[in-house]
Write a new protein. Structure first.
Length: 158
């Protein structure tokens, strides 16, 4: 009880205590924690797939169907004080736009780029294309032609 109370008041151990608490929850709910990334939990059966990503004090939940998503959110609300922020639109500098009708997700970093330009007072900069001589002709080489050019370049660099 004491550790949990201390963790609520943002002591050094608060993040660790919060992670241990949420790890216990997902373990109890039969989620598997990724060995590569301990903030990723997966629960999969023949009927559904649930993926949860923990980022500081936010959870990103991906579910194969709405009913399993509602079940997990209900379990989380029973266990933790939380609020549902709705669908994911922006995360770590990436904008996400979902088109349910076409079953697509579009990712963009235009908002992040605008913020970087603003931070360095470059909002009015003029965009340019990648510098390349317009008269250059690009060739598609066979593997043998490419290796021949590579060997020739290597001889000249020695």
């Amino acid at each position: 009880m004491c550790k949990l109370k201390k963790s609520l008041y943002r002591l050094k151990q608060s993040l660790r205590a919060r992670y241990q608490r949420i790890d216990m929850f997902f373990t109890h709910e039969c989620f598997s924690r990724s060995q590569a990334d301990h903030s990723l939990y997966v629960k999969q059966t023949g009927e559904y797939l649930l993926i949860v990503i923990i980022y500081v004090d936010d959870l990103i939940i991906l579910a194969s169907n709405v009913s399993i998503l509602k079940w997990l959110k209900s379990r989380l609300e029973d266990e933790f004080e939380m609020s549902d922020l709705g669908g994911l639109h922006y995360c770590l500098g990436v904008e996400l736009e979902r088109d349910r009708a076409n079953r697509t997700i579009t990712m963009s970093q235009s908002k992040y780029i605008e913020e970087v330009l603003k931070r360095f007072n470059m909002e009015e900069c003029k965009p340019i294309g990648t510098p390349l001589d317009v008269n250059s002709k690009l060739l598609k080489l066979t593997e043998e032609e490419f290796q021949g050019i590579q060997e020739e370049m290597h001889r000249h660099s020695i």
